[in-house]
Write a protein that binds this ligand. Structure first.
Ligand SMILES: [Zn+2]
Ligand SMILES: [Zn+2]
Length: 273
């Protein structure tokens, strides 16, 4: 299947049967959970809005692809809430593309399987899985084997939420800055331990390698940075050439990647992540 890489703003219209349910209740009880579940499967990206117009409810939100919202791509949770929407609707909800969004990097369009990297940052609304062929993110709904694995999907979504909170504390440079940095940069931290476990579960499910990204901001010197060992097996993991133009360290055995500290190698800035 060919994938179209870009990002789009979509409108999703809902038509509650107000004889069966007040529109406000329909919105709270059915539309919001449905949109939330589309988000958990990567069909909608975060950051949308509901608008209420007479008896019609419309959600405006960003999508990775023109095909993202197809009901065929629903995961188990979205399937269930879509059924409930239909029960209380005058007619089938429909969605339409409003236009292209210029701001975001398009998603992966590679064919076939590729190894992945589990990575995010608190500003990113993109998928947490990055393709190692093109270095772009892969929408979650493409991994059909996740479709009914609610435990693994919950794991992905709660790791993302925890990562965002920790990274946000670090980037905010105030309360909790050190705590946030420890969680995102140290393999010993509970956040990284959760992330590594998640990688192993994803590997079993998706049958590809899944690397965990330990992001590094602070380093003492360029030479000490280059001497850094894999934090798990203590082996040499420095690469001759940066992998995907970004990672200076990779341990294939432990499936960990990292970068030369940003304060030492500003060329690898946060923007390029
Ligand atoms: Zn790709
Ligand atoms: Zn290692």
């Amino acid at each position: 299947m060919g994938w179209c890489g870009d990002m789009f703003l979509f409108k999703y219209h809902f038509y509650p049967s107000t004889r069966l349910i007040p529109a406000s209740e329909f919105l709270d009880m059915h539309c919001e959970p449905f949109v939330d579940n589309l988000g958990k499967g990567g069909q909608f990206l975060a950051g949308g809005y509901f608008a209420n117009q007479h008896a019609k409810i419309t959600y405006y939100g960003p999508c990775a692809e023109k095909t993202s919202l197809s009901p065929k791509l629903h995961f188990a949770w979205a399937k269930r809430s879509y059924k409930r929407i239909l029960q209380y609707s005058l007619r089938r909800p429909k969605f339409e593309c409003v236009g292209r969004l210029p701001v975001e990097q398009p998603c992966c369009t590679c064919r076939g399987k590729a190894d992945l990297i589990l990575r995010t940052n608190f500003l990113s609304m993109e998928s947490v899985l990055k393709c190692t062929k093109c270095a772009r993110y892969v929408p979650l709904y493409r991994f059909r084997s996740l479709s009914s694995d609610t435990e693994l999907l919950s794991g992905i979504n709660s790791w993302k939420a925890a990562y965002d909170r920790c990274d946000g504390l670090f980037i905010g440079s105030g309360v909790g800055e050190r705590f946030g940095y420890y969680q995102t940069s140290s393999l010993k931290s509970p956040l990284a331990q959760d992330g590594v476990k998640l990688c192993r579960s994803l590997e079993k499910k998706l049958k590809v390698r899944v690397y965990y990204d330990l992001t590094t901001y602070y380093g003492r010197s360029s030479s000490l940075e280059r001497k850094r060992c894999c934090p798990r097996c203590k082996g040499n993991w420095l690469l001759k050439q940066p992998w995907l133009k970004f990672y200076n360290f990779r341990c294939n055995k432990c499936r960990l990647v990292s970068n030369i500290a940003w304060d030492i190698a500003p060329a690898y800035s946060k923007q390029t992540s």
